[in-house]
Design a binder for this molecule. Structure first.
Ligand code: 13P
Length: 255
């Protein structure tokens, strides 16, 4: 099964709108109209509009880092799918471990967001992954299973073409520690098996499963050559156009 590689930059709480515009313009001019790899950049809310304009006409797509699962109303500080669609955001990162850790997001809440984003035509990138403590207690596969099935509860097979899954071991995020390709493949393989079991292999084999956690040009090719690693969700290395575009090249080389 050949799945198109998917490289997404999660800028987290970095880059002002002007800085974001500059970085996005650099990435767009390098990627140009080459759509051989799906490339998505996810800036902060305030930078979305300017970044959207900066990538217009290129193959680079826009994503947001969160949304609220309501159409509008009295939800101070929150952003709706319609607001994201209006700036041409096509993707949204949901269930990131930083939101689970610092903002108390549960699987049930992440699931609400996943379903609402799908109903409102924004493609979710559902993040799952274990902490160091959980890995050391041998709970990795159980934790990942609970987060995956919890996040996808009530999501139909017909909607899975719009879903991307990202496995991000929490202990590898921003630490410089990367899962070895074998460690990552073991988890990606088990995610694939769960998707195949839930949705049937015709659907499960098509879902892109990204790896995230200190992915950089030096380790990308080895990770991306694993059977069930279909791309990366990149933090630190996405904040510089050269390293981000080197990751896109690594995905092209692995294709
Ligand atoms: P780093 O690439 O900085 O480790 O971050 C990974 C991540 O959390 C992407 O969502």
């Amino acid at each position: 099964m050949s799945r198109k590689y998917f490289i997404a930059g999660n800028w987290k709480m970095n880059k002002t709108p002007e800085e974001g515009k500059k970085l996005a313009s650099e990435i767009a001019s390098i990627v140009s109209k080459d759509a051989s790899v799906d490339v998505v950049i996810c800036p902060t809310f305030t930078a979305l509009d300017r970044v959207s304009q900066a990538i217009e006409g290129s193959a680079v797509k826009l994503g947001a880092q969160n949304l609220y699962p309501k159409a509008n109303g009295a939800y101070t500080g929150e952003i709706s799918p319609e607001m994201l669609r209006e700036v041409f955001a096509k993707f949204v990162i949901l269930g990131h471990s930083e939101r689970r850790e610092y903002f108390g997001e549960t699987d049930a809440f992440v699931n609400e967001k996943v379903k609402f984003s799908l109903e409102n035509l924004i493609n979710p990138i559902l993040c799952i992954g274990e902490t160091l403590e959980q890995r050391e207690a041998n709970e990795t596969l159980e934790v990942v299973k609970t987060q995956l099935l919890g996040g996808l509860e009530g999501v139909e097979a017909s909607q899975m073409g719009s879903v991307v899954v990202a496995y991000e071991p929490v202990w590898a995020i921003g630490t410089g520690k990367t899962a070895t390709p074998e460690m990552a493949q073991e988890v990606h393989g088990s995610i694939r098996a769960l998707l195949n079991e839930k949705y049937g292999s015709a659907v499960g084999e098509k879902v892109r499963i990204l790896y995230g956690g200190s992915m950089k040009p030096a380790n990308a090719e080895e990770l991306l050559s694993q059977t069930d690693i279909d791309g990366g969700l990149i933090g630190g290395a996405a904040l510089d156009s050269k390293s981000f575009c080197d990751l896109i090249t690594a995905a092209k080389n692995a294709s």
